[in-house]
Ligand binder design. Sequence first.
Ligand code: FE2
Length: 129
Amino acid sequence: MACEQFAIYKCECGCTGLVEMILGCKEDCEMSCCGKAMTALPAKTAAQEGKEKHVPVIEKIDGGYRVKIGSVPHPMEPDHFIQFVELRAGKDVLVHFFAPGDAPEAVFKTDAKTVTAREYCNKHGLWRS
Ligand SMILES: [Fe+2]
């Protein structure tokens, strides 16, 4: 199975291992963690239940973009929070990491004209704009 660039893999054993494939691999390969194969996470979209608190909302601002998680702010409690949001901006990938208690939004400085965003909730997984 080829590993696609930017695919995010989660460890199946219950540890917190999460890996992003920076450069893809066309060979028959497999990501692993804790001695077990990792699963590539599909990114959920506005078509899924829970979209209001998870789908990233991108707003153009002076000098870049503000990304809010989501149209209704996501909880940022110790046991349920957004761990990171990633902005794909042209050829660049910009990442902001969160901690419980942070506001569920991030500002990215970039002059890219086309952007997409995805975020990871520790309970509800990967979501994209
Ligand atoms: Fe969530």
